[in-house]
Structure formats: structure tokens, C-alpha cells
Design a protein around this ligand. Structure first.
Ligand code: FAD
Length: 535
């Protein structure tokens, strides 16, 4: 008995020591990151550049190989395509955008832009697109679990006053970006549906598309960028699409209600999976209810309304319950599959994928637009020194660096989205229950324990290593709570399973992101490739 008791004390001591060392390293690491951010900001302050806008022909068609027409074709003018069209157009490129439907989209996606994404809008000169659309400022999140709640603020202290998240009607943002792109004389925005990519000797030389009037046309350019979104039917030849649909979101709009924490996103750790609320205008609150699996109860036959009223409503914070039920009764219930797809490109001469056509993650953390905008900044900087895009093979080889340079932002946001969705979902497994509770309590500790993860989620501190450290700090925090003050064999067993389950959650996502690109980008030779020299 005495030996067992001694082992408990030694075990407890070792776990506490390990946890202390882990948290100590984490704090040191974060301090270093803060210093780096300050240096980066100073650099950015001193960095300004003027753009020369070339006026082009704006003509949609040119013959293949003829250098006088469009330089870039963009397929799709959603968040990624519209922002990219403006960005490349502003840099003087002759851009031809082909969008299936130029009317204002009405969807339940892309309604909360993280502050990191807002900073990218500023870098692209598109920040005015969130003005005059009744966008709401977002300063952080409120997390709810079992009647308790905790407020997690974005660490915005070091940024200019306008920097924060923004939430809005997605269609309004897209329409503003399309209008802004279309003001550039060298950007042609056309309504049409691209039906295929035109390939010649392994190089994409343009697209075939159907106009609004049903006319079949072809357009040619040395570079085609496919931004046709999550349902892309053009990506197949440009990547290896491994699409997973872990769940669906059911969307409602709540009217005339006040959120418990104004100007904050609300995440309810419900059973079986999270419910989100955030403002999308000065009078409307979006609610997204996660339903695990690919199938949702039928909206048409009333099963969905019944599910929302009998299973979901009781888990909604009391302040929002009446508005929630009124929204269900109003009947405008929308659904959307939540897709995730790691980036796995086949570098193809003459073509690139961007936005959701290229890479998707669970939308729980609202990271998709931030990744798309960040990718556009990376691509813009790579393309800027190039006067001519006609040498497709050299261009493809040079642009391979894009896949590594995008990783700090993309892999941090992608990994966090996948991991948090799993941790925040209810499970009958004791170890997963402990992990979920530990995550809530860890974030509630405040200080670095909340600002660290929130900075990762918001795209303000996109560092994969910091993400892994916080993730395992949560796991160790969970194990420490199980073992202190007196561990039992059963609790030690749950603790071991908690660590194993945490590893089982995060390591497959990291593997899909690419360990080398994520943690050792400097060892990837492609990042050192110089721009091709073109006569
Ligand atoms: C339920 C849900 C909620 C989300 N919430 C958020 C959030 O709050 N915050 C966030 O940052 N991200 C969110 N996302 C992700 C975000 O919506 C996407 O990352 C973002 O919209 C990607 O932009 P995109 O331009 O790639 O695709 P889209 O914005 O979907 O644009 C694709 C465009 O291509 C056009 N198109 C398609 N096919 C063709 C064709 N053949 N020819 C011509 N045009 C074509 C379409 O009409 C469309 O305009 C959410 C996703 C889902 C599923």
C-alpha cells in the first residue's frame, strides 16, 4: 500500500513538473513571437509602394500564344476570384474574370472575417469593401459550456484602431469587391460558366465557357487561375482532391435580439456538436447549427424544424432562445455541407488553383476567407517581379514556392479548425470528455492561455509550432487535473487515453498539411527559386 502511495506521489510530482516545464516553454515561446511581431510591424510601417496601372485592351478573346491579349484568366468571382482580380489588375495585369452569376450571392458562408483576414484586405487595398455594407466589428469570441461562459478577446492592442474581425452578408462583400475590380480598365468581368480548361501539350492555355446567352466561347491566357469554390468541377486535373464532409451547417437568421456579448462570435459547446452565433448586420444575428455527418434532417417535411426546436433550442443560451424559435418558425432554414480538403496540387503549367477550389477546412473557426486572402498576398508578391507570364514551364517551377510560403497562415488555420471541431464535439468517450472540458477551462484561464489560441485562430499569429504547443498544453493540463491531487488507476488510464486521443486528433491533420512545409519551410528548395528571366 505504502509503495503504491509513494508511486502516486512520484507520478503526481513528475506530471506537475512536466506540465510546469511545458507551460514555461510555451510562455517563453510566445514572448519571442510577440517580439517578432513588433519587428514585423515596424517593417510593415516603413513599407509602402506605388502601383502603376497599365491600361489594357480588356478584350476577352485572343489567340493562343498571342502575347497581346489577357495575361490572366480568373474562373469565379467569389471571395478569392474577386479579390485576386482587383489585386492583379491593380498591379497592371490584363485580367479576364469569368463568373457564373454576377448577381449578389445570398449564402450562409463566409460571413465572419477574422482580424488576420482584415489585415490581408488592408494589404490588398480592399478594406473599403467592408464599409457601407452594415458590417459589424467583431472583437473576439464568447464560449459557452454547461451554463458557464468565458469571453476570449482578440489580442488587438498592438494594431491600429480599425483592426478587428468583421461580420456581414457574404454577398455584399463579394459585390463590393467585384465592383472595385471592375473599375480597373484592365480587368474585364464577364458572366459565363467555364465548362473546361483548354490543354495543349500538358499546358493549360485557356478555358472554354458558355456565355449568359448560351454562346460557347474560348478565352486564352498564359495563366489561368481557378477560383470556382468548394463545389469546383475544374480542380480535378490540377490537384488530388480528397474532400471530407464531417458535418453540415444549418443556418438561420435571428432578428431583433441582443447577443449576450455584443460584437462577439458565440460558440456553444452543445451536444452533439457546436452551435455558432454572430451578428451579420446591425439587426440580424446568424446562427449556424452543426449537424454531424453528411445528411441532415429534411427541411421540406418539417423534420429539421422539429429537430431544431426539440434538440437544439434547449441548448441555446436563454437570452437567444425566443429569437431562435421565431427564426425556426419563420422557416428560412438553409443548409450547407462543411467540407475539408488539404491542399494537394499537381503543379500544372499555365494553371493554378486558389480559394476553396484549392484548400478547405471546417468552417467552425471562420478561417476560409483569411486563408484565401493570405494566399492572394503570397501569389501577388511572387508575380510582381515578372513582366511576362508566357514561359509556362519556368513559371510553374518558380511558383512551386507558393505552396510552402502559404503554409504558416494556411496550415495554422487549417489545423486549428480540424482539431477544434473534434475537441469541441461531444463524445461518450471519457478521455474526449476530459479533453473538451480541459480545453474550455484552459481558455478560461485568461492571459496567454486564451490570447495564444485566439491569436492563432484569428490569423494574427499564424505559427504552427505555437499551435502544437498550445494543443498539447491543453492535453497536459487535462491530465494534470486528472492526476492531482491523488491519482487513481482509472484516472491515470483516462489521462493516458487523453494524450493518445489528442495525438490522434492533431497528427493526421499535420501529416496532411505536410510536416516539412509546416515546420521546416526553410529546408524546401523551391522557396529559393528566383523569378524566371524572360526576354
Ligand atoms: C457553412 C460555411 C460557413 C462558412 N463561414 C465562414 C466564415 O464565417 N468565415 C470565413 O472566413 N470562411 C467561412 N467559410 C469558408 C468561406 O466561405 C470560403 O473559404 C470562401 O467563400 C472561399 O472563397 P472562394 O472564392 O474560393 O469560393 P466562393 O466564394 O464560393 O466563390 C466561387 C465562385 O465561383 C463561381 N463559379 C463556380 N463554378 C464556376 C464556373 N464553372 N464558371 C464560372 N464561375 C464559377 C461561383 O459562382 C462563385 O461566385 C464558410 C464555409 C461554409 C461551408
Amino acid at each position: 500500500m505504502e509503495i503504491v502511495f509513494d508511486n502516486y506521489i512520484v507520478g503526481t510530482f513528475l506530471v506537475s513538473l512536466f506540465a510546469f516545464l511545458f507551460l514555461f516553454i510555451l510562455r517563453r515561446y510566445n514572448n519571442n513571437n510577440n517580439d517578432n511581431n513588433t519587428r514585423k510591424k515596424r517593417f510593415e510601417k516603413g513599407y509602402s509602394r506605388e502601383f502603376k496601372i497599365q491600361t489594357g485592351t480588356g478584350k476577352g478573346e485572343c489567340s493562343p500564344g498571342n502575347g497581346s491579349g489577357d495575361e490572366v484568366i480568373i474562373v469565379g468571382a467569389g471571395v478569392a476570384g474577386a479579390a485576386l482580380a482587383y489585386t492583379l489588375g491593380k498591379d497592371g495585369r490584363r485580367v479576364h474574370v469569368i463568373e457564373r452569376d454576377l448577381t449578389e450571392p445570398d449564402r450562409i458562408v463566409g460571413e465572419l472575417l477574422q482580424p488576420g483576414g482584415y489585415l490581408k484586405l488592408v494589404e490588398l487595398g480592399l478594406e473599403d469593401c467592408v464599409e457601407d455594407i452594415d458590417a459589424q466589428r467583431v472583437f473576439g469570441y464568447a464560449l459557452f459550456k454547461d451554463g458557464r461562459n468565458t469571453k476570449l478577446s482578440y489580442p488587438l492592442e498592438k494594431f491600429q484602431a480599425d483592426v478587428s474581425g468583421r461580420s456581414f452578408h457574404n454577398g455584399r462583400l463579394i459585390q463590393r469587391m467585384r465592383e472595385k475590380a471592375a473599375t480597373l480598365p484592365n480587368v474585364k468581368l464577364e458572366q459565363g460558366t467555364v465548362t473546361s480548361l483548354i490543354e495543349e501539350k500538358g499546358t493549360i492555355i485557356g478555358v472554354q465557357y458558355k456565355t449568359k446567352d448560351g454562346e460557347e466561347l474560348r478565352a486564352y491566357a498564359p495563366l489561368t487561375i481557378v477560383c470556382d469554390g468548394c463545389f469546383s468541377n475544374l480542380r480535378r486535373s490540377l490537384c488530388n482532391p480528397k474532400v471530407d464532409v464531417p458535418s453540415c451547417f444549418v443556418g438561420l437568421v435571428l432578428e431583433n435580439c441582443e447577443l449576450p456579448f455584443s460584437n462577439h462570435g458565440h460558440v456553444i459547446l452543445a451536444d452533439p456538436s457546436p452551435i455558432l452565433f454572430y451578428p451579420i448586420s446591425s439587426t440580424e444575428v446568424r446562427c449556424l447549427v452543426d449537424v454531424p455527418g453528411k445528411k441532415v434532417p429534411s427541411v421540406a417535411n418539417g423534420e429539421m424544424a422539429n429537430h431544431l426546436k426539440t434538440v437544439v433550442a434547449q441548448q441555446v443560451p436563454p437570452e437567444l432562445r425566443d429569437a431562435f424559435i421565431a427564426a425556426v418558425d419563420k422557416g428560412n432554414i438553409r443548409t450547407m455541407p462543411n467540407r475539408s480538403m488539404p491542399a494537394d496540387p499537381h503543379p500544372t503549367p499555365g494553371a493554378l488553383l486558389m480559394g476553396d477550389a484549392f484548400n478547405m477546412r471546417h468552417p467552425l473557426t471562420g478561417g476560409g476567407m483569411t486563408v484565401a486572402l493570405s494566399d492572394i498576398v503570397v501569389l501577388r508578391d511572387l508575380l510582381r517581379p515578372l513582366h511576362n507570364l508566357h514561359d509556362a514551364a519556368s513559371l510553374t517551377s518558380y511558383l512551386e514556392s507558393f505552396y510552402t510560403l502559404r503554409k504558416p497562415v494556411a496550415s495554422t488555420i487549417n489545423t486549428l479548425a480540424g482539431a477544434l471541431y473534434k475537441v469541441f464535439s461531444a463524445s461518450p468517450d471519457e478521455a474526449r470528455k476530459e479533453m473538451r472540458q480541459a480545453c474550455f477551462d484552459y481558455l478560461s484561464l485568461g492571459g496567454i492561455f486564451s490570447t495564444g489560441p485566439v491569436a492563432l485562430l484569428s490569423g494574427l499569429n499564424p505559427r504552427p509550432l505555437s499551435l502544437v504547443l498550445h494543443f498539447f498544453a491543453v492535453a497536459i493540463y487535462g491530465v494534470g487535473r486528472l492526476l492531482l491531487p491523488f491519482p487513481s488507476f482509472q484516472r491515470m488510464w483516462i489521462g493516458a487515453r487523453l494524450i493518445s486521443s489528442a495525438s490522434g486528433i492533431i497528427f493526421p491533420i499535420i501529416k496532411a498539411e505536410g510536416v516539412r512545409q509546416m515546420f521546416f519551410p526553410a529546408t524546401v528548395p523551391a522557396v529559393y527559386r528566383a523569378p524566371p528571366v524572360v526576354n
